[in-house]
Design a protein around this ligand. Structure first.
Ligand code: ADE
Length: 216
């Protein structure tokens, strides 16, 4: 599931430049029972299997014995909703563990004793935490200095200043009568900057007004 997101584009470049390292660990490799099972029925009944404590605890404890981690994150729909502010903060971390949930969930004792942060990528349920982990990793890694070729491009992302980015255009300036706004062709840097800021606010007001009211 991680081959696509981690072996292409920006993340691949970050890895090949030595700016990010990603290690995948299969919880099943830590299963101590002879069937190598990592899930079991829920105590008290209920549908769905629950991921067992032992393989996850052994895996994470082994990793913790080798490195210090800033955060041990569990991807879950009931976690804190991911936003750019959290992403910016976490992009400065040295090491993190992302534990992907699966089945009906993981034994609560892992969350109580090992996990330091729970993150949701949105108010909907995925079939597993892998895609969420890939999204979290992508959002962090692209902010590591040197990963994006034009370092300022992350600064002008949508959300970096709590605003949606203004519209962008490229050639031709007139496509069958669909025209690029004159100001962008004017060469007047001051007017262009003003236009971009105004459009950013306009878009945010129209599409995501709640961003303008957020305090943080
Ligand atoms: N696992 C399942 N759904 C998820 C979500 N929305 N965010 C993070 N992890 C999840």
């Amino acid at each position: 599931m991680f081959q696509g997101p981690f072996d292409h584009s920006i993340i691949r470049r970050a890895k090949s430049k030595g700016l990010a390292e990603i290690y995948l660990h299969n919880i099943r490799d830590y299963a101590s029972n002879k069937h190598k099972s990592v899930d079991d029925y829920a105590f008290g009944g209920g549908s769905g299997m629950v991921m067992m404590v032992q393989p996850i605890a052994d895996c994470i404890n082994k990793l913790k014995s080798e490195r210090t981690y800033d955060e041990i994150i569990y991807t879950s729909p009931d976690g804190e909703l991911l936003n750019q502010k959290t992403v910016n903060h976490m992009s400065g971390y040295q090491n993190i563990i992302l534990l992907c949930g699966h089945y009906k969930g993981i034994d609560e004792r892992i969350r109580e004793h090992i996990i330091t942060k729970e993150i949701s990528i949105g108010n909907y349920v995925l079939s597993g935490g892998e895609l969420a982990a890939a999204i979290i990793a992508d959002s962090l890694i692209r902010l590591i200095p040197g990963v994006l070729s034009d370092e300022t491009s992350a600064l002008s992302d949508s959300f970096q200043d709590d605003l949606i980015s203004p519209p962008v255009y490229t050639r031709p300036a007139d496509y069958n009568g669909w025209k690029v706004p004159d100001v962008l062709l004017s060469g007047n840097e001051k007017e262009i900057t003003k236009w971009k800021i105004e459009k950013g606010y306009e878009r945010t007001r129209e599409r995501r007004p709640e961003l303008l009211n957020e305090e943080e």
